[in-house]
Ligand binder design. Structure first.
Ligand SMILES: [Mg+2]
Length: 402
């Protein structure tokens, strides 16, 4: 089998809001096409246009080659060996960040090809099953513009999630720092009020996680919020400090009564080794695309397992990324929940319409994926519509500056 094409699709939700803190509004889908008619699908979470450039740019010399051109003509059936080769071949531009994130989409597509060629779901290629079913958590971020409406909507969604059968939810509660959602600035006490309101409405059974998206500029501020959250039985507090403040995370983790989670932006196992070796977190959160694909996510999970940590991946994209997280969960016993943006509880048309997957949610769990490969199919009409929206965005942006 040989790779004969690598296609990139830059897609945009036509209703996107540049003031929202949500990367579920655009995406890049990568198709790796083989000479035997099998097409692998992958996705990753970064600026979709930059991801495309990382894949399609021609290489200029031996230390800085192009991802697409390195893949053309190659046998796709050994993704681990290809990952190492692509990582080394692109190292001068790559090693961390955007290029590794883009490599992640390719790696997911390669594992999809392997699963389809062998007639098995992706996860069966990696080891024994860790579980009979999967427990998703619902990520909740209301699309409103006042704090009162935010709390009201969050409570309503939490109750709705529980009615749908969810056993866990994550409340996005970012009222300070660089990534405040839709301009909803407010005091740190609001983070606790949101969690307390949801806990009051749903009772003691539902697991509640809280994500503040790098809101706090000191360990003391983060610790004060963690201590105030503890009585409301919060499963973890996500990204309270700036991503690079590993010393701050280590101190916070030592003193916090609530588990501390981080890792959604990290790329490669090397960045996770720094996070884990520094005892910076209780919960590691690789995003499968961004960390570098299944190959690298599996390496991170192995490292986290040996350190005795909990793993809860980040997945805030379309059904492709959700399916990827489900496959990883199948072989990862340390993963109690994985992120799942259910169509009933989200606004993104990309999330709702781009792919059909096989993940049927019932009684709070999903059945194991059984279709060959990733088990997702792209809706061609939706793909064309979202691709046109992306092209229109570029035309509009250039029209403004000329
Ligand atoms: Mg987050």
């Amino acid at each position: 089998m040989r790779v004969v094409d690598v296609r990139t699709h830059v897609l945009l939700d036509p209703a996107y809001d540049p003031g929202a803190t949500s990367s579920a509004q655009d995406t890049i889908v990568v198709e790796v096409v083989t000479d035997e008619g099998i097409v692998g699908i992958g996705e990753t979470d970064l600026n979709a246009w930059i991801a495309r450039a990382c894949i399609e740019a021609p290489g200029m010399h031996t230390m800085d080659r192009g991802l697409r051109e390195m893949l053309l003509g190659r046998d796709p059936l050994d993704p681990r060996a290809l990952w190492d080769e692509l990582y080394v071949g692109t190292a001068m531009t790559g090693r961390r960040g955007a290029l590794v994130h883009a490599l992640g989409a390719i790696d997911i597509a390669l594992w999809d090809i392997c699963g389809k060629a062998a007639g098995v779901p992706c996860w069966k290629q990696w080891g024994d099953t860790a579980r009979d079913s999967l427990t998703p958590y619902a990520s909740l971020q209301p699309e409103v513009t006042s704090y009162d409406a935010y709390v009201e909507s969050m409570v309503a969604w939490g109750v709705r999630a529980q009615e749908l059968g969810f056993r866990a939810v994550k409340c996005e509660a970012t009222f300070s720092g660089p990534y405040v959602h839709k301009g909803l600035y407010g005091p740190d006490e609001q983070v606790v009020e949101v969690a307390a309101a949801v806990r009051g409405a749903v009772g003691p059974e539902l697991a509640i996680m809280v994500d503040v998206q790098y809101a706090f500029d000191s360990v003391e501020r983060a610790l004060a919020v963690a201590e105030a959250l503890a009585p409301h039985d919060v499963f973890f507090l996500e990204t309270p400090l700036w991503v690079d403040d590993l010393a701050g995370y280590a101190e916070l983790r030592r003193r916090s009564p609530v588990r501390i989670a981080q890792g959604e932006w990290l790329s490669t196992r090397f960045e996770f080794e720094s996070l884990i070796s520094g005892e910076c977190v209780d919960v590691v959160q690789p995003d499968i695309g961004r960390v570098g694909g299944f190959t690298e996510a599996l390496r991170v999970c192995d490292f986290a397992r040996r350190a005795g940590l909990v793993i809860v991946p980040h997945a805030w994209k379309t059904g492709i990324s959700v399916a990827a997280a489900a496959h990883l969960a199948m072989v990862t016993p340390e993963m109690p929940f994985f992120e799942f943006l259910p169509a009933e509880l989200c606004e993104s048309s990309l999330r709702k319409e781009l792919v059909q997957d096989e993940l049927v949610f019932a009684d709070g769990v999903l059945r194991p994926p059984e279709r060959p490969g990733l088990g997702v199919e792209i809706d061609a009409d939706a793909l064309a519509r979202f691709a046109e929206a992306a092209e229109q965005l570029v035309r509009d942006r250039y029209a403004k500056v000329t």
